[in-house]
Design a protein around this ligand. Structure first.
Ligand SMILES: NC(=O)c1ccc[n+]([C@@H]2O[C@H](COP(=O)([O-])OP(=O)(O)OC[C@H]3O[C@@H](n4cnc5c(N)ncnc54)[C@H](O)[C@@H]3O)[C@@H](O)[C@H]2O)c1
Ligand SMILES: [Zn+2]
Length: 399
């Protein structure tokens, strides 16, 4: 710890303030595990992760996405049996059901109900909150866990492709407020994230596809060879081939985690937020469509728009832009929506700036795997890019 104390100087009226600065660092361990059938009594992963806590009350509350319970009706029993078999652990009050999808983040009563359970079940900072679900449920339960007692240990079980490859991996949580995505939320490192790939089997085709847009996004930012791999697997992914999906989602998770751990800015204090490539418009499209458009589909459009804009502003080769747009379409995404023509779309730029703070910083592309930050977006060129995307998306023309 470096401290600076200058007593007896400048502490009178009109004098400079006395600086007492103290720098300190805290190590975090972010545990990410890939497995199948985590609540099978023979599966050691959760037992091991729970056992790593130095101080533990053994008390655990479990919140499960309604969509997951519908698809896996015996999940509650299996989970309770598993936990009861871990020495010293117990599930307080049975499993709790949380409404699935964006509604869970739009209605603050879901956050409040989650907090109430944590309160009423006597959960303390040495207890564990377990969250099982899609990105939305993980976000709201994570926010409640991060704010109750200033932070209760959280184990996440992401159950969608998007949550296993992106949303469940990071150090953020949040709920929507005043019409703004993730207006309330916090940065909180989870105790562990367990990607149980068996959950993905019961997703709707739409939710199964949604994680692929975040995979393309992170490939464009970080890894050209991964982009090539997604391209090679595109037809099998479109046909919902689980074996083709697994390595794609895993690598997406790894790249997201790597960014958080190695970028030097896990809590986003600096100006740039590259993992939100394409998200200024994506978040606005979700809002403008009354959340009819799910996050993953909005990200596909948002990425395509900023890719076309990158090409139109001379940064990215037209052939690369055409390749990226074609891949997103081959994966089954629709890249045009009437909401793109709503003049309020451009408010998304200012909202994005506010959310990050400081001056506007938008990530564009100079090549596949080569991001670049810019601080201005030309409205006319953006409008042109939207027009271009509309014609490309209907196959009329490529840049
Ligand atoms: N915190 C972050 O860093 C971060 C990052 C990216 C996205 N997000 C957020 O994640 C959310 C999107 O998450 P999502 O794409 O997982 O969608 P989602 O959470 O909205 O879930 C989609 C649907 O799938 C259902 N479902 C979940 N798992 C299922 C399963 N295994 N079988 C059957 N149905 C299942 C849910 O009930 C819901 O109806 C957005 O709110 C987005 O803002 C957060
Ligand atoms: Zn996203």
């Amino acid at each position: 710890m470096a401290a600076r104390r200058d007593f007896g100087q400048g502490n009178g009226h009109g004098q400079p303030a006395v600086p007492v600065d103290a720098a300190f660092a805290v190590d975090h361990l972010h545990r990410l595990r890939f497995t199948r059938h985590a609540f099978d009594p023979a599966n050691p992963v959760l037992r091991e992760v729970l056992g790593e806590a130095e101080a533990s009350s053994g008390r655990l509350v479990a919140f499960v996405d309604q969509g997951v319970i519908d698809a896996w009706p015996d999940l509650g029993t299996r989970l309770e049996n598993y936990i009861e078999s871990v020495p010293g652990f117990t599930v307080a009050g049975g499993i709790r059901c949380v409404p699935g999808g964006e509604a869970a983040k739009n209605d603050w009563s879901v956050y409040e109900d989650t907090l109430r359970v944590i309160h009423d079940e006597g959960v303390c900072r040495h207890s564990t909150v377990l969250a099982i679900g899609g990105g939305a449920v993980l976000d709201v339960v994570g926010f409640a866990a991060a704010t109750a007692h200033r932070g209760v240990r959280l184990v996440r079980f992401p159950t969608t492709t998007l949550a296993q490859g992106d949303a469940g991996i990071g150090v953020k949580n949040g709920i929507n407020g005043f019409g703004t995505k993730n207006f309330l939320g916090s940065f909180a490192v989870p105790w562990a994230v367990i990607n149980d790939e068996a959950f993905l089997a019961t997703l709707s085709d739409r939710d199964w596809r949604c994680g692929l847009s975040e995979a393309v996004k992170v490939a464009l930012l970080k890894d050209e060879r991964y982009f090539d791999a997604i391209e090679r697997a595109a037809d099998r992914l479109r046909d919902r081939d689980d074996a083709a999906l697994r390595p794609i989602v895993r690598h997406s998770a790894e790249l997201h985690l790597q960014h958080i751990v190695t970028s030097g800015d896990p809590f986003e204090l600096r100006g740039s937020r590259p993992l939100d490539f394409g998200h200024w418009s994506a978040h606005k499209l979700e809002q403008l469509t009354g959340f009819r458009m799910p996050h993953g589909e909005a990200v596909a459009i948002g990425v395509a728009l900023d890719v076309v804009y990158s090409a139109m502003s001379g940064r990215l080769a037209g052939s690369d832009a055409a390749r990226i747009v074609a891949l997103l379409e081959r994966l089954g995404f629709t890249l045009h929506d009437p909401a793109l023509h709503d003049p309020a779309l451009f408010d998304g730029l200012e909202e994005f700036r506010e959310h990050l703070g400081g001056r506007l910083t938008i990530t564009l592309l100079e090549g596949i795997g080569r991001p670049v930050d810019v601080h201005e977006m030309d409205r006319q060129r953006l409008a042109d890019a939207i027009g271009q995307l509309a014609s490309m998306a209907t196959g009329e023309r490529r840049p």
